[in-house]
Every structure is written in C-alpha cells, then in structure tokens.
Design a binder for this molecule. Structure first.
Ligand SMILES: Cc1cc2nc3c(=O)[nH]c(=O)nc-3n(C[C@H](O)[C@H](O)[C@H](O)COP(=O)(O)OP(=O)(O)OC[C@H]3O[C@@H](n4cnc5c(N)ncnc54)[C@H](O)[C@@H]3O)c2cc1C
Length: 499
C-alpha cells in the first residue's frame, strides 16, 4: 500500500463521454493545467457511453414526442424541444471545432446522418402529431420537417414498418432529414486518444474509493489500482465526478451540503438488435413512437438504423426494467448502499409515489422474448424471431430529490451538483444524455469557474460560435452553423444519399 500523495490541477473520475468532453474543453481553455483521469474499467466508454449501451440518437427533439407536451387548452408546448435542439447544436459546434482543428479525425466514425421520424397510430395520436408538426415546422430550428397520413408516402419512407400492416386505424408520421445517429462509444474513445496526445494521464483499472476535503480546500482522492491492489492518494484543486451511475455514491462521499437529500432510482434497459443485412437494408431512419400509458419517458419505443463498427444494424427498444445496480458492471447493493440518513425520507417518499413505475419496471423485466417480439411486431408486423437478438443496455440512474412538487420527486433530466466554492462537481441523471454533453460540461465550467469565464469566453466563442446566444432568435446564425457543421461533420445533403 502506497500513501504517496500526488498533486494535480484537475481530476476527472470516469472515462465516459462527460469526462472526455470536459477534459477536451479544459485542454483548449487552459492547456497548461495538469489533468488526471481515473477509470475503474480497462478502457474508455465501456459503461453508458458505449455504442451498444445507448440508442445513439443525436437528441435534438426532431422525433421524440415526450419533448413536446399538449397543454390543457390543446395547444402544443414546444419550449423543451427548442431547448434540447439548441443544446444539441452546441455539441455539433464543438465536435466540428475538434474535427476542423485536426484534434479528432474521421467524423463518420462517430456521427452519421439519418432521418428522424415520429410515428403514431389512432385518431387521438394522429391529431396530436399533426398539431405538433404545425407548431414545430414553422420554427427555424425544425425547418424541413414533413408530415404525412398517406399510406403510399409512408410506404416510401418506412417500407419495413408498412409491410404486412393490416390494421385500419389511421397512421401518421413526421420526417426530417437533418437527424443523426451517433456512436458515443467511438466519440469517447477518440476524445480520450486526443487527451492522451495532450499529456492527460489516463489511468484505467483505477477505482476511486473516497474523496475528502483537505485543510487548504483541495480534494484528496483515494484510488485503488486494480492492477496491483495498491492504494494511491491524489489531490486536486478541482474534481469532476463523471462516474455515470457511480456518481451518486462518490458525491455522497464528498459530504458537501449539496450532496444531501438526493437519491437515485436505477432503470435498466434491453434492446433487440437485427444484423440480418436483408432486413437492415429495408429501413433507413430513427422512428420514435409514443410511450405506453404508465411507461416512463425513457422507454418510448423506437426502431433505429444504427452505424456500429462500419456496419448497419437495426435496434428496437428500449425495454425498461428494474435492477438495483447503478452501473451495468455495478453491484446488487448499489441501491441500498445509496440510502443514507440524510436521504432516507426522500427515498421513502419516492418509493411510495413511484409504486406504479416500480410495478411497470418489474413487469418489463419478466417479459418473455416472445412478448418482446409482439411489441416489436407493432412496429414491424413481419418481424421474425430468428432475425433479432437481445442486448443488455446501460443503467440509467434517475435523480430523486425534494422539489416544489413534493418530497422524493423523480427527475428525468440531468443535474449538475456542485460545491458552493466550485471545487467539486458531479453529473447525475441520464437524459437527454450524451447528445447534450458539451452544453452540460459548459454548465459545469460556469458553475465551478465563474471568475475565469470572462477570460475564457473568446476561446469558447471560437469553438462554439453560438455560445451565450439563442439560435431560435438568430435564425441566420442557426442556418450558418447548420451548414458549416454539416460540412465539417460530413452530414451535408450529399452525404444523405444512403451509405
Ligand atoms: C438505455 C440507454 C439509452 C440511451 N440512449 C441515449 C441516446 O439515444 N442518446 C443520448 O444522447 N444519450 C443516451 N443515453 C444516455 C447516455 O448514454 C449517457 O447520458 C452518457 O453516456 C453518460 O455518460 P457519462 O460519461 O456520464 O457516464 P458513463 O459513460 O457511464 O461513464 C462513467 C464512467 O465512470 C466509471 N466509474 C464509475 N464509478 C467509478 C469509480 N468509483 N472509479 C472510477 N471510475 C468509475 C465507469 O466505469 C464509467 O466508465 C442512453 C442511456 C441508456 C442507459
């Protein structure tokens, strides 16, 4: 056991897309800062950020119906859709900057153009989709969205979904060609390669066990080197807890007041995957449906074309489920060990409130493969069991906290929790997730380095020209950014021809 204490400027815990993004931003803003990363697994992007552990949707509210709700007067609230779209544009700009500065290469290894579609069935949902289309298609950020109830048009857009469909219920879809499929695993690995080239010390098979404040206000991080069983201590002025599902436990260890009264609710997921190229060739879109009554927003069913390892595949799901683990590689004691005296009432209140959700998730866990095929056949009536296999997706740990809506309220978004002095920050929650990593990491910088922001602003604007501006209010800037990022990332119209 080694008690040697090693000092550094920044420690990033976890080698997922969030730490990768924060590291890449910091290396551009303050290249001289020394950064160390500790990751308990053997390589980067192995948990939620891995390509098989998430759906790879570049979430920009082009197709996800849960980002547009119907108001009591029947009109459609598009404010959340606008905000998520704007956040995605921030990611696009930063990725473009990295590509055009040759800091990462071959954007097609992580981002591909793919139409985003919403599909609904039944009069009520068709009426909703039509109103949603009318509200969005007039907005500058959603230009190019098409709507159709015509079965001939739908057969052209989604032949695999239309073939063998016998129901007489009305169907409607929207389609927009500016959507993306993103291999967040590949992106994470590329970003870590770039960080290594910039002398960032990335330590794999190193588990962070504890985080304690030192008398001078820095943080002392206790790390177990899983290669040799030795314990190391590292200190840093700033620590980012980017442990994905592992973040809550680490945040609790800091003891900061902001870490209290927060709990986590794990939701597991499964996808069905088809690699039969004859079937795969018949579908070219991400098609999002409507969540079933009682289902949480993260279990909206969708059928996606994915680009993974230079091969196309189809992904259907996710089927949400319950597991007490906070990470896919976590422990069955994760949930119970996250209950502390300061959050026990918050957790109990959530337990009572979310009985229906827990019941739903347990029902989902025990679904047979044939039942899952039945759900898939609502999308692809002729789907054959032998073409589809199950893959276990990542864990999402939803935040539980006390809000104006009451004690123990389940949150479905992401939350940056930071100390008042900005010396430590953690990212909790998982939605909209990796797509908005750059926006969320800029939030970390704003919360933790308010004094430096003025000095950093010109460089941030060089990387992200829309920083601090609303793209909805500046349609000309949006158009310019859309054009330049499409060109740099290989998403321009000519790239839309099926690859
Ligand atoms: C089923 C599913 C579908 C999703 N679909 C999408 C989607 O379509 N689009 C989208 O944008 N987002 C999606 N997401 C969300 C997205 O995957 C996550 O938001 C994102 O990957 C989180 O990145 P992260 O870096 O925070 O966490 P992770 O990628 O999980 O990385 C955390 C890392 O920290 C390490 N770690 C944890 N504890 C410790 C410790 N004590 N010491 C050292 N290392 C530690 C872990 O091993 C891991 O490598 C989805 C997520 C799931 C689960």
């Amino acid at each position: 056991m080694s008690n040697m204490e090693k000092k550094t400027d920044v420690i990033l815990i976890g080698a997922g897309v969030m730490s990768a993004t924060l590291g890449a931003l910091l290396k551009e803003l303050v290249p001289e800062w020394e950064i160390k990363v500790f990751e308990k697994l053997a390589s980067a992007g192995e948990e939620s950020s891995n390509e098989w552990n998430n759906a790879g949707t570049g979430h920009s509210a082009l197709c996800e119906l849960n980002y547009t709700s119907e108001k009591p007067d029947g009109s459609i609230d598009i404010s959340k859709a606008i905000s998520i779209n704007e956040q995605f544009q921030v990611s696009r700009q930063f990725w473009s900057y990295l590509v055009s500065s040759n800091l990462i290469r071959n954007p097609q290894d992580f981002i591909m153009p793919i139409p985003h579609m919403s599909l609904v069935q039944g009069e009520k949902d068709v009426a909703f989709l039509k109103k949603r289309f009318e509200a969005l298609s007039n907005h500058p950020l959603f230009q190019g969205m098409e709507y159709s109830e015509d079965s001939e048009q739908l057969k052209e857009w989604i032949p695999l979904i239309m073939e063998g469909r016998t129901s007489n219920e009305p169907l409607a879809a929207t389609k927009i060609d500016s959507g993306t499929d993103i291999n967040f695993g590949a992106l994470t690995r590329m970003l870590f390669e770039h960080l290594k080239n910039k002398d960032v010390e990335v330590n794999y098979k190193h588990s962070v066990k504890d985080i304690k404040r030192t008398p001078d206000g820095s943080w002392k991080v206790k790390v177990l080197d899983n290669n040799n069983g030795r314990t190391e201590f590292h200190t840093a002025k700033f620590v980012f807890i980017g442990g994905g599902g592992g973040s809550l436990h680490l945040l609790q260890k800091t003891g900061i007041p902001e870490s209290k009264h927060i709990g986590g609710f794990p939701v597991s997921g499964l996808f069905m995957v088809c690699k039969n190229q004859e079937v795969v060739a018949q579908h070219h879109a991400k098609v999002y449906g409507k969540a079933k009554v009682g289902a949480p927003p993260m279990s909206v069913p969708h059928l996606d074309t994915r680009y993974i390892d230079n091969q196309k595949a189809l992904l259907f799901g996710p089927f949400a489920g319950f597991s007490p683990k906070f990470l896919k590689t976590g422990s069955n004691f994760d949930l119970i060990s996250s209950v502390k005296p300061n959050n026990v009432f918050t957790m109990l209140a959530a337990g009572v409130k979310e009985m229906a959700l827990t019941r739903y998730l347990i029902q989902q866990v025990v679904l047979s493969n044939e039942k899952r095929m039945e759900e898939l056949r609502e999308f692809i009536p002729n789907a054959k069991s032998e073409d589809w296999e199950i893959v276990v997706a990542g864990q999402r740990v939803q935040v539980i906290k006390d809000t104006a809506n009451g004690k123990g309220t389940l949150q479905f978004g992401t939350e940056v929790v930071s100390a008042a002095d900005g010396s430590v920050a953690a990212l909790l929650g998982a939605s909209p997730g990796a797509s908005t990593a750059v926006h969320v990491m800029l939030e970390v910088l704003q919360k933790c380095f308010p004094q430096q922001m003025k000095e950093w602003e010109p460089k941030i604007k060089e990387m992200i020209p829309s920083f601090g501006m609303s793209l909805s209010k500046n349609p000309a800037l949006f158009e310019e950014i859309q054009d330049t990022t499409s060109e740099t990332l290989g998403l321009s119209l000519k790239a839309l021809v099926h690859s």
